[in-house]
Write a protein that binds this ligand. Structure first.
Ligand SMILES: NC(=O)c1ccc[n+]([C@@H]2O[C@H](COP(=O)([O-])OP(=O)(O)OC[C@H]3O[C@@H](n4cnc5c(N)ncnc54)[C@H](O)[C@@H]3O)[C@@H](O)[C@H]2O)c1
Length: 350
């Protein structure tokens, strides 16, 4: 059989190469660079085609497609969210994604995105906190100590200067795992016996729990003035983490309102409840934190532009370092209209 032509090949970042890439850049440097890359694309917000992600719900979870384009490149991510998966030894979240040239529709990158989603989610959270959290915050409560948690902790260290994380999970084994993984990070990790205890002395709280129902990870009495809340675990219809009363006391910042109104904490509020779009704060069109006593809430559900920025970032890094494979992915007949002839010749050659 004749070997595939150069046009057949699409660069592919495997899980192995993604992990090599992270270690070659250094995880904290990568989280900082990702936060900057995502911030740059938030400044270009109006250029992008945007749509709420398309989700198909089932009893155990959701499978979503997240597309966007800046007119030059098109990107999408496939991602699932299945909170009961870990009981069967499967992850709650797995993902992969693709970048393509808008002009021809030809893919330029296929990539694993389970690792990349954890990195981009943490980078987005820390980037939002850079604009919204009290500047002197050194302690963060981290509630939900599963797959996302260490990435969140390291991003807040690298981007916001957090020095201590106070850990709580309903499963003490998850907290022990998280503390162990962070032991050499330079962060002080303190295991706590309740969310309330985790909140002691914290100026930032990150909630990243997984439960496919309305949950109340934080109640109103736990949240004092001046706190920044980074709520990322409530990201589907019927799946929230905060008591409604907290929302009513908070200044709420979101990614893309048409998506967050369906999926975020604000699904608990009327559809006209005022929220501020994060991109407007970043580009100076809206105010972020306006007083030390204000409670700011980043109601993060994850938006396609963050994945697009992350894919573009790893695409450049992979091409520069050679940490990718070439995937024979696009059928490329000699005559573009003779796809069938290509198939016939393959049988003759077999
Ligand atoms: N916003 C985003 O962009 C984004 C991106 C990725 C994941 N997520 C969401 O973040 C959440 C965490 O993801 P993950 O991959 O770390 O999941 P995971 O299943 O690995 O970890 C979740 C942890 O939450 C704990 N938990 C559940 N209920 C709790 C409670 N009431 N109090 C304290 N801890 C509790 C579980 O024991 C588990 O350790 C999921 O809901 C996921 O859908 C959001």
């Amino acid at each position: 059989m004749t070997p595939p032509s150069p046009l057949a090949f699409v660069p592919y970042i495997s899980v192995e190469n993604m992990m090599r890439l992270v270690h070659s850049v250094g995880i904290e440097t990568m989280l900082r660079e990702l936060a900057d890359a995502i911030e740059r694309d938030f400044v270009r917000w109006n250029l992008f085609d945007k749509t709420p992600r398309f989700g198909i719900d089932s009893e155990n979870g959701v499978i979503e497609l997240m597309p966007t384009s800046d007119g030059e490149l098109y990107g999408f991510k496939y991602v699932n969210g299945h909170p009961t998966n870990t009981r069967q030894g499967l992850q709650t979240v797995t993902a992969f994604g693709l970048l393509a040239k808008v002009a021809s529709g030809y893919p330029v990158l296929l990539s694993e995105m389970t690792m990349l989603t954890a990195l981009r989610t943490a980078a987005t959270s820390a980037m939002a906190a850079r604009h919204l959290a009290p500047k002197d915050a050194k302690v963060m409560a981290l509630i939900g100590n599963g797959a996302q948690s260490e990435f969140q902790a390291l991003a807040f260290k690298a981007v916001c200067g957090i020095e201590e994380v106070r850990l709580y999970d309903i499963d003490a084994a998850a907290t022990a795992k998280c503390a162990r993984n962070l032991a050499a990070s330079g962060l002080r990790g303190t295991a706590c016996r309740s969310s309330q205890e985790a909140m002691e002395g914290a100026k930032i709280v990150t909630t990243c729990t997984a439960d496919k129902q309305y949950a109340t990870i934080l109640t109103d009495n736990m949240v004092g003035d001046g706190i920044h809340i980074n709520a990322i675990g409530g990201d589907c219809p019927g799946k929230t983490e905060l008591h409604r009363d907290i929302l009513l006391r908070s200044e709420i910042f979101v990614e893309y309102p048409p998506q967050t109104r369906i999926e975020g904490e604000i699904q608990q509020l009327p559809s006209d409840h005022p929220v501020t779009e994060l991109w407007q704060v970043i580009s100076g069109e809206a105010k972020g934190r306006t007083s030390a006593a204000q409670i700011t809430l980043f109601d993060g559900v994850g938006f396609a532009i963050e994945d697009f920025a992350a894919l573009k970032y790893v695409h450049e890094k992979a091409l520069a370092t050679g940490l990718y494979d070439q995937l024979d992915m696009i059928a490329d007949p000699d005559d573009p209209r003779d796809l069938f002839g290509m198939l016939t010749r393959a049988r003759e050659a077999a």
